[in-house]
Every structure is written in C-alpha cells, then in structure tokens.
Design a protein around this ligand. Structure first.
Ligand SMILES: [Zn+2]
Length: 482
C-alpha cells in the first residue's frame, strides 16, 4: 500500500535531492509527511525509499532546514495581520483568506502567534504553535514572508522558549509596570513617584527629560504637542517603569538571539486610554535608546472587547486616532498595533483611511470561535457540551478580561434547538462567554473538536476565509498598491 503513495497538492517539493509531500497513509488517518530520499534529521517509519513522518515539532524543524520559506522572518513596519490559532489547524484557512481577499499581498501575515497566557491555559508550547503554522504553510505552499509573534511577553524568563523556537516578533507587555494610579495622582505624589523611578536603568535624570520635553511646542504634522510639567510627571510616573522593563526585555532578547527581530510594545491592557502625549513620550524614549520598535499598541479610546465589534463613539475614536497617527508618522519607524483586533468591523475603514499601511491587526480567539461555529452546525451534541463547559467556567475564567458579557443571557445547551445553535456564534454574550473560556473548553473538548474539524476540513477553511476576508478587505481597498 505504501508503494503507491501519491503527493497531494503541492505536488511534492524537491530540495537537496529529497522530495517532500503530505499524504494520508490510510483513509481517514492523520496526514503524514513523506520524505523520499535520505535525511537522518527526520524521524518516522521507513517503507522502501519513503520515510513516513508524523507532523511533529522535530520533523517541522528538519523540513525548515530544506525549505527556507518555512522559516518566519521579521516583517518590519509593513501592514500586517496576526492570526492566532488556538487549536493549531487554522493556518490553511488563514492562507485561503489572504489569497482570496488580498491577491496582491498588501498584508504580511503572522501565522504563528500565541501569548504566554494562552500557552499556559492551553498547555501548549511556543515550538508546538510554531510547528502547527509550519505544517499549514507547507501544505498550502505559502512562499511569501510571514512572521511569528511571541505575544504578551511580560518577563525576561518568558523569552528563551520563543527564541529557541525561532520567533521573529516579540510583543513586550509591560502592563504590570504601568502605574495606573498616576492617571489621577496629585502633583506631590507624582513627584515622589518620579523621584523613585529606576533612573540608572533609564540612563537619564529628571532635569534632562524636563529640558527635552517642556517649554517648547513639539511640532508634528498637523499636531503641536505641549508638555507642561504636570503632563511630563504624569506620563513618566505612569510609564517610566514600563519603559525600563521594556528595555530590560529588549536587552535579554538581544543576548538570547543572534538574529534580527521585530519588537512591539503593547500597553493595550491598561485601565485608561493612552494619551497622545504618552504615546509620543513612550515612542521617543524607546526609539532614542535603540529599541527596534516596529509596532506599538496604545490603549485606544473606547472599548475593545473579545470577539465583538468596537464599542464607543466612532467620531471620538477617529479624532484620537488621527492624533496618534500624527505621532506615528513623526517617528516614521513603526505601525500602530490594534490588539483584540478581530471583529472590529466598524473601525477598519477609519484605521485604513488614517494609518494606511502602517497598521498591525492582531487577532487571537476569533479563529477558535469559527471552529465552534462548525461544531454548532455539524456536531450539536459536542457543541452543547462545549457551551455548558463555558457556562460553568465563565466566572472563573473571565478574570483577566474587560467584558460586558451578561452570562445569564447565554442559555444552557439543552435549551437550544439544533438549528438555532450556530446563531449563538453571532450573539454578543455567547460569543464573549465562549471566547474567554477557551482554556477550559479546549482542555476538555480540544481533541474532540480537532477530530470534528478533520472530518469537515473544507467547512473550517471556508468559514475562516469568509470571516477574515471581512477583516482584510477594508485595508486592501484603501491601500492602492504595495
Ligand atoms: Zn493584546
């Protein structure tokens, strides 16, 4: 039976005298990598000339050594989208969406992206997330550059496993070091807080900063920023330690990695919106110290909640965004990153109009929700178990999120008729509840969900293609060429 193995599309790739292709060794079984020719780095079962290899981390790495396009790369300040994939089978659907909605390649994709928090909840590792993306890239023969995002890295200790797995984009989240109380502290408290900052780490002193920021207008394109002493003290007290911590992690990255990397600094998970002055201050302090910032995620005005559209005044969002864009364009080095960026359909045209190609849209859980949509349609019993697990764990799992979800509006599985189950994926409260309980749901039902998706692969790819086309189109339409 093995002698007749035939490559699926792509029809086998040759490199260094070895042929590689994916095949189902037996009907209905998981796909395998067939290595035709000799290479000791792969592990599998030998059948004549063929080595039949499971899709493991080790085999993915061996394949990367032959096919350089399977290695992620730094993408710089290019228009980009992050495709988080919590189940590990979504990359083909992500590639379908890019090919359908962005045929000219306006977007640079990030196919491997998972935060430290997601990995902890799912018991996944950076290398397992990377391998899942590599198999998808290989299966769909994607050869354009792509990136890999170590998302929400909060501590130096988080860095090493991502570097070892070959990540190229590091999202530093120093939010534990942001002093949210400085938003409303009085002047005396702000002075005391600023005096106590880790000045040695910041390699400057207060007088130098005062001279650099205060007493003159900072002219940006169309926007003049004035720092008075209070503005500087507030920004410094709020973000001084966060800047120092970002620099510490950047230094650790440089030590750990010989290769170039993209750096994002994210303060999206803070209590108050990032003001335009604070944005300027953070960017200026990081860039003048040589941090390779290509992406910066302010906390924008309004509500950015999981799995649902933007909530807030669109006029206010647009006015604030225009000022943030003026700061970004002034430095001309990085893009604005929109975290919790999925499903924000009402603001994509505004982002595209103002920031053009200097945007990173980061999505994480929405691909998992599309998988649940397939379960709701194809396997009602499985979906009911998933829904009930979500209901049971919501109060515990919601803790680290900002949500307007009303869990009492989410019915138990038994109360919903089969044909009404998919509509729960379009209902605000159910979407949020299912979104933030992903850890409990996937730990309990992840294997069953993967098996269901394997049984209906075209359903999931089709759903992802439709869903992400809506994310990509507003930017592609506004982009007008590379
Ligand atoms: Zn985020």
């Amino acid at each position: 039976m093995y002698a007749n193995l035939q490559p699926q599309a792509p029809s086998g790739v040759q490199a260094n005298g070895v042929t590689f292709f994916l095949a189902n060794v037996m009907p209905g079984s998981a796909r395998r990598l067939i290595v035709r020719g000799r290479d000791d780095r792969f592990t599998g079962e030998r059948r004549g000339d063929d080595l039949i290899c499971p899709l493991t981390v080790q085999n993915a790495r061996a394949l990367q050594e032959h096919l350089p396009w399977l290695k992620p790369q730094p993408l710089g300040a290019h228009l980009s989208i992050g495709f988080g994939d919590r189940i590990g089978v979504a990359t083909p659907g992500h590639i379908d969406a890019l090919r359908a909605a962005d045929p000219n390649g306006c977007f640079a994709p990030i196919f491997a992206q998972q935060s430290v928090r997601e990995n902890e909840r799912l018991h996944r590792t950076p290398e397992a997330v990377m391998a899942a993306a590599i198999w998808g890239v290989f299966a769909l023969d994607w050869r354009a550059p792509w990136g890999a995002d170590a998302d929400h890295v909060k501590e130096v200790a988080h860095v090493a496993p991502f570097v070892a797995a070959g990540y190229t984009f590091f999202t530093v989240d120093p939010s534990d070091h942001v002093d949210n109380a400085a938003q409303t502290d009085d002047l005396a408290t702000l002075r005391a807080k600023c005096a106590a900052l880790p000045w040695a780490m910041l390699e400057t002193h207060y007088t130098a900063l005062h001279n650099a920021y205060c007493g003159r207008a900072i002219e940006l394109d169309g926007v003049a920023l004035h720092f008075d002493e209070e503005t500087l003290l507030r920004g410094l007290a709020k973000y001084g330690r966060a800047i120092a911590h970002t620099l510490t992690i950047t230094k650790a990255l440089r030590t750990a990695s010989a290769a170039a990397f993209d750096l994002e600094m994210s303060v999206d998970e803070t209590d108050a919106p990032t003001s335009v002055h604070e944005h300027y201050f953070i960017a200026n302090e990081l860039l003048r110290r040589g941090a390779p910032v290509v992406s910066l995620a302010p906390r924008f005005v309004g509500k950015f909640q999981k799995g649902v559209d933007y909530m807030g005044d669109l006029g206010e969002f647009e006015a604030e965004l225009a000022r943030h864009v003026a700061v970004m364009r002034h430095f001309d080095r990085y893009k604005l990153s929109v975290h919790t960026g999925s499903d924000k359909f009402s603001i994509y045209p505004i982002l595209a109009r103002h920031a053009g190609a200097r945007v990173h849209v980061k999505t994480a859980g929405t691909s998992y929700l599309e998988a649940l949509r397939i379960a709701a349609a194809r396997d009602p019993a499985l979906f009911r178990r998933i829904l009930d697990t979500g209901r049971d764990h919501y109060e515990h799992d919601k803790k680290t999120y900002f949500l307007d979800c009303r869990p009492e509006h989410v019915p138990p599985g038994a109360a919903v008729a089969d044909q009404d189950l998919p509509a729960l994926l379009d209902q605000f409260d159910a979407r949020q509840l299912l979104h933030v309980t992903f850890g409990s749901i996937l730990n309990a039902h992840g294997v069953a969900l993967q098996e269901m998706l394997r049984a209906y692969p075209d359903d999931y790819r089709g759903a992802l293609q439709r869903h992400f086309a809506r994310h990509l189109q507003p930017f592609v339409a506004g982009h007008g060429g590379p």
